[in-house]
Design a binder for this molecule. Structure first.
Ligand code: ACO
Length: 321
């Protein structure tokens, strides 16, 4: 028997308001044609003032708890991956804990931008396997609309808001179920290629997203293909063993190019970027929840998660559902 972190449930939450490319083109100098051709994005959800990173996270967490058949009181660890917390502090994870009515547990945020969920999964996997908790809520939640420069068409058309959550449970298993391997990377020398031009310790303001799109694109395809190869090699598997890839939903062209590099057919890649745009740390758990709920991802499937974001940071995880 082996102690592993098992995927016990998934959930997600999207803001009420959905904005199409055509609607966006009425207030930004862009077009549906340009956005679809360069990114594959057609819609994004944008949070209303009463919808925040913590409220979206709590809504996604409730769904994941229900899917796992657990109560908030069962949870020993809450990690929220976000670059857009409700406040500089306390951690959004503690706000989620309060919104769920969960009693004393471990709760903290992870900041690795678009790869935040992969970082959070990896940390939770280690903590569950060393006995820090029995059940963990891992949430990616973002309100990127609040840090977009709506005058900058090169960035504001790319992002959306939302949250996705999973419950991971520590279980002794006799088979290969659960998280089998994770890999994380960071290369801080590229931190000025994708960043926010503000912060509490510099400008004292929240700031806006700034990006060198072409450079990000180039690094993303190289890094994601490499980390997928690494994590599969860690468990002695190859691309042909994968049932589903759930990639970070930044850009359809990045996803397609990465899959092509690995020789993965498009039918095995979960794609939501057309509906949600780039929801940063929320994109992987949102896409995972969608594919679990519509019956594509089933018990026994080998699933690979991957993401890359500002820093640069990137990572991948392989799990048997
Ligand atoms: N609408 C219309 N035209 C636009 C827009 C827009 N929204 N944005 C830029 N343009 C114009 C530019 O002004 C430029 O015009 P010009 O030729 O007259 O100067 C032209 O389109 C081409 O601009 P580029 O920036 O060279 O376009 P590119 O083909 O590189 O596409 C894009 C830009 C979509 C951002 C691409 O570089 C990309 O996908 N990069 C990856 C970025 C990404 O996904 N980041 C997310 C965060 S990181 C991550 O999650 C992996």
């Amino acid at each position: 028997m082996t102690l592993r972190a098992i995927l016990a449930g998934t959930g997600s939450a999207l803001p009420r308001t959905r904005v199409s490319n055509e609607e966006l083109a009425r207030r930004v100098d862009t077009s549906d044609e340009w956005i679809v051709e360069r990114t594959g994005i057609r819609f994004r959800h944008i949070a209303e003032p009463d919808e925040t990173t913590a409220t979206l996270a709590a809504a996604a967490a409730k769904e994941a708890l229900a899917a796992a058949g657990l109560e908030p009181s069962d949870i020993g660890l809450i990690i929220v991956a976000t670059a857009t917390p409700d406040n500089t502090f306390p951690a959004s994870a503690t706000k989620v804990q309060a919104l769920l009515g969960a009693p004393d547990c471990i709760a903290f945020d992870v900041a690795a931008v678009c790869s935040g969920f992969l970082y959070a999964i990896s940390v939770a996997d280690s903590m569950l396997r060393t006995g820090a908790a029995k059940h963990a809520l891992i949430i990616g939640s973002e309100t990127f609309s609040r840090i977009l420069d709506w005058e900058d068409r090169t960035t504001c058309v790319l992002f959306g808001d939302g949250a996705g959550a999973v419950v991971l449970s520590a279980e002794e298993v006799a088979d290969d179920r659960g998280i089998l391997a994770t890999r994380l990377h960071a290369e801080g020398q590229y931190c000025d290629m994708l960043y926010v031009d503000g912060g509490p310790s510099t400008t004292g303001t929240v700031g806006h997203v700034r990006m060198q799109g072409r450079e990000v694109f180039r690094h993303a395809v190289t890094n994601l293909a490499a980390v997928l190869g690494e994590v599969l090699a860690d468990v002695g598997l190859s691309a042909t063993d994968i049932d589903w890839v759930v990639p970070h939903q930044a850009n359809k062209r990045i996803i397609d190019a990465t899959a092509k590099k690995l020789g993965l057919p498009a039918e095995r890649v979960v794609l939501t970027v057309d509906q949600h745009a780039n929801t940063s740390a929320a994109s992987v758990p949102l896409a995972l929840d969608l594919a679990v709920r519509d019956g594509r991802i089933r018990r026994g499937d080998l699933v690979v998660l991957e993401a890359m974001g500002g820093g640069f940071t990137w990572g991948a995880a392989v799990l048997r559902v």
